[in-house]
Design a protein around this ligand. Sequence first.
Ligand SMILES: Cc1cc2nc3c(=O)[nH]c(=O)nc-3n(C[C@H](O)[C@H](O)[C@H](O)COP(=O)(O)OP(=O)(O)OC[C@H]3O[C@@H](n4cnc5c(N)ncnc54)[C@H](O)[C@@H]3O)c2cc1C
Length: 413
Amino acid sequence: MTAVSEPCDIAIVGGGLVGSLLALALAEQHQTLLEGGCPPWRITLLERHAMAAQPLPGDSVLAGRSTALSESTRQLLLKLGLWSHIEPHCAPISTIHVSERGSWGVTRLEASESGLAALGYVVENQPLLAELHRALASTAVTVRAPVAVVGLSAGRQQQLQLSDGALTSALVVSAEGSDSQLLAAQGIHWQRSDYQQQAIIANLSLAQPHQGVAYERFAEGGPVALLPLPDSAGLHRMALVWTHPEGQQQYWLDASDSEFCQRLEQLFGERIGAVTAVGERRAFALGLQRSSEQVRRGLVVLGNAAHTLHPVAGQGFNLSVRDVAALADELLAARLDGAEAGDLAALERYRQRQQCDQQQTIAFSHWLPKLFASRWPGAALLRRSGLAAMEGLTPLRQRFAAFGMGSDRGVLR
Ligand SMILES: Cc1cc2nc3c(=O)[nH]c(=O)nc-3n(C[C@H](O)[C@H](O)[C@H](O)COP(=O)(O)OP(=O)(O)OC[C@H]3O[C@@H](n4cnc5c(N)ncnc54)[C@H](O)[C@@H]3O)c2cc1C
């Protein structure tokens, strides 16, 4: 016999970065709803893996993926009271150094020029997720993990089939990441554009401190990003995202540590100094993926399930955070107006509000690596002139920095 859980207003499928953050943003509306004479949300977060509130034992200081958080993301984390817990795990970015190998074009974006303490903050995914999960424990959100959502039947209410029972909800938010079987079964499909590239990610230790500099270097094979990480266990650390044409990644996955580190030293020259060690290397196939629909009555598609971006400009999670803020806002406004959680008009308002931001951010992440990968002679000139113009023109540099930080597309109204 299957166990039937208490019905809820909002069921969030996926307790990754995006699903967990949405649960926290909705939980924060508790008092506002009470003051508005509305019952607080009944929220259930469902995650197929166990959710750890602290980094897993045995993780080495050179393991794991990282995320660069933009200013707009920091703003939401501040509003939710989470920033003070996350900031100790972050390395602030004081300078972004953009260059192309074999070219004179180079530009530096400085936090001080924008009047900010930092252009962004780099955090390892593990402690970030652990802090979100820890914060969830002190909210009224019902967290169910490990449990898989294995089926969904749409009706007046949404019926979720779980690996251990069933659940009814007015609204289902799919934050399942880029491979959702659940959405596919609903007839939602994905437009994919395959970049024919793979990103190798790894953490490095360096002989010299990074001084808060993030590097974006466009090499022959594709872009290479190096992001500052907080020092740990006496090591100066940076996170690497190294793009390779499809087929070439295996060579660099199998290369010895010393060959790998030497190649990076060659790519970056004396800017970064000696690379003394590299942690576990992993490869990710790169593609742009967009869901054919983001909202239906009673259903929202969010995070990587809605749009998976090229990681080169570090925009994927930051865009989803702005989506989370806008969705939470529209759901609150509809609830205070007496509408149901799955009300299509409110969900449509959310979609329209985020449409422009999504289009611009996706275009930026899509065309930047394409421009730098192009072998068309005019593209080389465009790249050099573009980087040189940015270096010479402070307002242009500031606009580029503001876009990267998401600070021109705020999360708070
Ligand atoms: C190499 C790389 C570097 C990146 N760097 C940056 C960066 O610097 N800045 C930035 O903004 N973005 C970056 N991104 C993008 C960022 O990582 C993603 O946007 C983000 O992780 C998406 O989170 P998500 O919660 O949508 O999906 P996921 O992290 O995939 O989470 C989905 C969750 O749903 C669960 N789940 C799935 N199906 C079910 C089910 N049926 N039932 C229950 N649970 C389910 C999964 O177990 C998982 O926990 C990078 C991406 C890559 C690949």
